[in-house]
Write a protein that binds this ligand. Structure first.
Ligand code: HEC
Length: 115
């Protein structure tokens, strides 16, 4: 009897567990099963990897990447995405970001640069 109870409890937890997993979108999961947006995905990467050199305080090459419009402009019309993936001359200069992070920029682009 006790074993049956425990088994039932285990099965309930299993079902609950799988529901929870399906509902919480995992940030950093790739490919994402939701659209990539600037605010959720792109901005944190820029803030953590680019702003030391590309903020309005002494922007290298005059390139400022503080706002959605600035990052979108450099991605759509400039060389931002090319430089992210340029192994010989990468941005940041310290080396290529992980493939997952770079793929987010490609998904952002193909999704139409959502804010
Ligand atoms: C340690 C400083 C540093 C960091 C960090 C850095 N950059 Fe740069 N970046 C530079 C310098 C210096 C140049 C100009 C020389 C060159 O093009 O290599 C430049 C040039 C660029 C250019 C080409 C020039 C232009 O005006 O379009 C792009 C695009 C760029 N950076 C994007 C980024 C992005 C995106 C990140 C973060 C993922 C980043 N950079 C991180 C220093 C940095």
């Amino acid at each position: 009897m006790r074993i049956l109870k425990n088994t039932l409890l285990f099965l309930c937890l299993l079902v609950l567990g799988s529901c929870t997993k399906a509902e919480i979108p995992l940030v950093g999961e790739n490919p994402l099963n939701r659209p990539v947006t600037y605010t959720q995905d792109i901005q944190p990467i820029i803030f953590n990897n680019c702003l030391t050199c590309h903020s309005s305080v002494n922007p290298r090459n005059g390139l400022i990447l503080e706002t959605y419009a600035q990052v979108r402009n450099s991605s759509e019309f400039g060389t931002l995405i090319a430089r992210l993936n340029d192994a010989a001359n990468p941005m940041p200069q310290s080396g290529l970001l992980t493939a997952d992070r770079r793929a987010l920029f490609d998904q952002w682009k193909s999704g139409g640069y959502l804010e």
